[in-house]
Design a protein around this ligand. Structure first.
Ligand code: GTP
Length: 362
């Protein structure tokens, strides 16, 4: 089976980080977000993955190449203008035959793809959607299903109390090939808002399978930080090739160095050649990308530092995302901040802001 990965969105909610790099290439635990999806597909047996690209296509080619390093073959489908999720699927569908998995590129999930495909076959579905329950569905597009999972309707941001359904589209689909030709061609189309409702109206067999396991839409700064918290606390380090456990709660890639007096209270991952200097304190969850340096007596908590970040001596970083190559001078205080890649903050700069706590699901 081939799969299509949807990767061409602008990632506006994750700006400024997505100005330098498209969202699916932003690192999660120091590896591109898309790597987590590709690994799941490969474990399921997919060997050829169609990358549906628009915004930032050149970045993908540079970073991903042929896919051989990950044990798959990438097929590039390029949009000259954004076609939306539905238009992107239609364009990419010329590279696939037979039933095809389609995944959003910004989802972390432990959905059992084999069980998902078995459900699809059992129901003789034309298309199957993975669904997840959320506590307050009124901010989402809600999917109403019958007892056997057949989709009855889609409700866009329903007012509280107007439906009993609490399941939303989880961004993972299985399509029979006959569906592709029903997607309008050559113009932007939303699969969620246009294609699926039209299929239901047209009597096609659309099913939803509720997923009760892990699922996170990594679309906002809060959920991006939350993804790191979840993965670090879930001890996913075992799936990071080469990561070693240096002490309790501290995992590091080759070449990372931690001064013996540095304190680790929580769950930490350090990328290759990171350095943590004398008396530094790392608490809660912390991920530092390749070559990042955390200076003497600095403290970092509940934060993600991308590659080659400098945190000056005595600086305090809490609940923040610091972009690649950014530099925070000595004794800076940064709390709840999105620090743009490459920016330089002078000594003693302070900023306390508006980022909510790392969160789940939007
Ligand atoms: P925001 O701008 O922050 O909403 O992010 P986004 O642009 O990624 O949009 P959204 O999260 O709704 O997209 C869901 C998935 O569809 C992501 O994996 C996107 O990369 C992908 N996607 C969205 N629009 C397009 C498009 O026009 N073309 C392609 N190929 N993929 C798209």
């Amino acid at each position: 089976m081939r799969a299509i990965l949807l990767l061409g969105g602008l990632g506006t909610r994750l700006r400024p980080f997505t100005l330098a790099k498209p969202k699916p290439l932003l690192p999660i635990l120091d590896r591109p977000m898309i790597a987590w999806q590709v690994e799941r597909l490969r474990r399921f047996g997919v060997r050829e993955v169609v990358l549906a690209l628009g915004y930032g296509a050149a970045h993908f080619r540079r970073s991903l190449g042929t896919g051989r390093a990950w044990g798959v073959r990438f097929i590039y489908s390029l949009e000259s203008e954004p076609l939306g999720t539905g238009g992107a699927i239609r364009l990419a569908s010329k590279h696939v035959q037979g039933p095809t998995l389609v995944l959003n590129g910004d989802i972390l999930s432990d959905l059992d793809l084999a069980a998902f495909a078995a459900f699809h076959r059992r129901q003789k579905a034309d298309a199957t959607l993975s669904l997840v329950a959320v506590p307050d569905p009124s901010a989402f597009g809600v999917v109403e299903t019958a007892a056997d999972g057949r989709v009855k309707s889609f409700l866009e941001k329903p007012a509280p109390g107007t439906t009993k359904a609490d399941t939303i589209n989880a961004g993972c689909y299985l399509f029979e090939p006959s569906i592709f030709s029903e997607i309008p061609e050559g113009r932007p189309v939303s699969v969620e808002r246009e294609v699926f409702p039209a299929l239901v109206r047209g009597g096609r067999r659309l099913f939803g399978l509720r997923h009760g396991g892990y699922w996170l839409d990594v679309g906002t700064l809060e959920t991006y930080l939350g993804s790191h918290a979840d993965l670090l606390k879930g001890n996913s380090m075992r799936s990071r090739p080469g990561a070693r456990r240096l002490r309790k709660g501290l995992w590091a890639a080759p070449g990372a160095r931690v001064h013996p007096s540095a304190v680790v209270k929580g769950h930490v991952y350090l990328g290759p050649k990171c350095r943590v200097e004398e008396g530094a304190v790392l608490a809660g969850f912390v991920c530092a990308g390749a070559g990042t340096v955390i200076g003497e007596k600095a403290s970092v908590s509940d934060s993600v530092l991308h590659a080659r970040v400098r945190v000056g001596a005595g600086a305090k970083v809490a609940g923040s995302l610091v972009g690649e190559g950014a530099s925070l001078g000595a004794n800076c205080q940064v709390q709840g901040m999105a620090v743009a890649p490459g920016s330089a903050w002078g000594d003693y700069s302070r900023s306390f802001s508006c980022l909510d706590k790392p969160s789940r699901n939007g």
